[in-house]
Design a protein around this ligand. Structure first.
Ligand SMILES: [Fe+2]
Length: 258
């Protein structure tokens, strides 16, 4: 099957599952999770992202942070196998394997609903924690100042639609390395060659060079995904995005990769 057809089928499946779930929510409002409404689903579908303010309670954030510290303290946990540790930067993968609480969290109705909305079937997310620091705030995660964030270059994650949920465990503003996101860029004609190349060669380059980015930004807006502690973003990372450089402060995020 040609790459073009492959991409088109993926697009149609997403469109269909989006429409079916929105239709069901309109017919049976109780089907829609409390954390969002139909307008939010339309925004995710059309713009590629949506912000959900006050998505998670302060007390739940504290439990998440405690679970993460417990994982780091666990003698069976090896950061070299299950994550990355750099100066001012830590990434831990597959948290659900090490924490019963986080494993249970991903079984919540909201995440199951989002999986059906986005993919049309059940896909359990992988839970990831990232922490970036300027080195001035004492913490048990990392030391030193982060020079460049992981995923700091403009890129797309996949030629297919790909859902990620980003939960802010601390405030994120323009200074502490917010994610920048090019709205609707997955639908931009100028991006299509990059998706085809990536589909033909999965190891192919996903980085978007400066010239292409400039061309896309003529017709598509760039937004910075800032917010308060407890806010969340639902993102289709087929769209172009990157992590901005950290000027000062720290950035603490819980990710769900579907
Ligand atoms: Fe990414």
């Amino acid at each position: 099957m040609s790459a073009k057809i492959h991409i088109q089928i993926n697009y149609l499946i997403t469109q269909l599952s989006n429409k079916v779930i929105i239709y069901i929510c309109k017919l049976f409002p109780f089907f829609c999770p409390k954390a969002l409404n139909i307008k939010d689903l339309y925004q995710l579908k059309n713009e590629g992202y949506v912000k959900l303010p006050r998505f998670i309670k302060e007390s739940d954030i504290a439990i998440c942070q405690k679970s993460i510290l417990n994982i780091l303290d666990d003698i069976n946990f090896d950061i070299k196998i299950n994550g990355e540790l750099k100066k001012g930067n830590i990434k831990i993968n597959s948290l659900q394997k090490f924490s019963k609480y986080l494993n249970k969290m991903r079984q919540q109705y909201f995440y199951i609903f989002m999986s059906f909305f986005f993919y049309g079937y059940l896909k359990m997310p992988n839970i990831i924690f990232t922490y970036t620091s300027d080195g001035t705030i004492k913490n048990r995660y990392v030391t030193g100042k982060c020079k460049k964030q992981i995923a700091g270059d403009p890129h797309f994650d996949n030629y297919k639609n790909y859902l990620k949920i980003m939960i802010l465990l601390g405030d994120v503003d323009v200074n502490n390395g917010p994610t920048s996101f090019v709205q609707r860029s997955a639908a931009n004609k100028k991006m299509q060659d990059s998706y085809i190349k990536n589909c033909e060669n999965k190891k192919g380059k996903k980085v978007v060079d400066k010239i292409l980015l400039r061309k896309i930004c003529i017709s598509n807006n760039v937004v910075q995904l800032t917010g308060k502690k407890g806010d969340a973003y639902l993102i289709n990372t087929k769209n172009v995005h990157w992590a901005e450089n950290l000027i000062y402060g720290n950035r603490e995020i819980l990710w769900l990769y579907f």
